[in-house]
Design a protein around this ligand. Structure first.
Ligand code: OAD
Length: 256
């Protein structure tokens, strides 16, 4: 059963629902926490985070792939295979459902799991790429369908290894996607920052741009982050619990 909401949280949710009622464009900026209730580990949480168990230097950089393509390939292939049994949770579902209630909803995500799209969100900007698609390492030729479970990275017709289309550390974010994300942030009526530690640049600069533009920021996270101090509202708790309450708040207002 959902935990009792404190009076302050209830008040905040009512205020946020009022903002949504009049919003033209709502942007969700999401990170690993939004997928946690689906069973995907985050990166930086002590003990359970992926970077607590694995070294990003050995798995998530171009140098790592050049040094040990098989190891890097297998790690991402394993993560992709895990997705086969994973479904969007209530957090993803609420974000998708809001599209029926608000003129425009845009999702800007750092996640590579495709769960926002699976939940039905139509406009999803993947800042860090996707685990599901692939391209070649040397020439960025797009690769067709790659069957899971290959022990070695396959080769492109140009001879280069195929790699997952995720963004690694030391790589640039896809410029067109980042530009569009900036545009959407600037036009937003409300920005929800959900399930991210707000530590990884340049992604983490986007909520600060929103602040600069006077956009109202709602943080949804069980823990404080470096963004908490600048957010207008900080809803503490798992997104799969908090976001349904926000949606209910909006539905209540629309009924009255
Ligand atoms: P992090 O692991 O850094 O942060 C996850 C955040 O989710 C933390 O602030 C948690 O408090 C919060 N959290 C935990 N459980 C939650 C829940 N149930 N609901 C909501 N929030 C919850 O993950 P990201 O911020 O996404 O990049 O990390 C950013 C980037 O760093 C990733 O895209 C990845 C990583 O290295 C690359 O691989 C390029």
């Amino acid at each position: 059963m959902a935990k009792e909401m404190g009076a302050a949280v209830k008040r905040d949710i009512k205020d946020i629902a009022r903002l949504l009622l009049n919003a033209e464009s709502v942007v969700f900026f999401t990170g690993a926490g939004v997928s946690k209730e689906s069973g995907i580990p985050t990166f930086r949480e002590a003990q359970t985070g992926l970077w607590a168990k694995y070294d990003p230097e050995q798995l998530a950089t171009p140098d790592a792939f050049e040094e040990n393509p098989q190891l890097v390939w297998q790690w991402y292939d394993h993560r992709r295979q895990q997705l086969a049994n994973i479904k969007p949770n209530l957090g993803h579902q609420v974000i998708a459902e809001l599209e029926k209630l608000v003129p425009k909803v845009v999702v800007i995500t750092q996640n590579v799991d495709g769960l926002h799209q699976q939940a039905g969100s139509k406009e999803v900007l993947e800042l860090h790429g996707s685990l599901i698609s692939h391209h070649c390492y040397e020439n960025q030729h797009p690769a067709g369908e790659i069957k899971p479970g290959l022990a070695d990275p396959p080769k492109c017709h140009c001879g280069s290894y195929i790699r997952p289309s995720v963004v690694w550390f030391d790589e640039e974010l896809p410029p067109a996607v980042f530009d569009l994300a900036e545009k959407e942030i600037k036009k937003a009526s409300v920005l929800f920052v959900v399930g991210t530690s707000s530590l990884v640049q340049p992604a983490a600069s986007l909520p600060l741009l929103a602040k600069h533009m006077g956009v109202t920021i709602v943080e949804v996270n069980p823990d404080e982050t470096p963004l908490s101090g600048v957010a207008d509202f900080a809803l503490r708790g798992p997104s799969a619990e908090i976001l349904p309450r926000v949606l209910d708040g909006l539905k209540d207002l629309r009924r009255n």
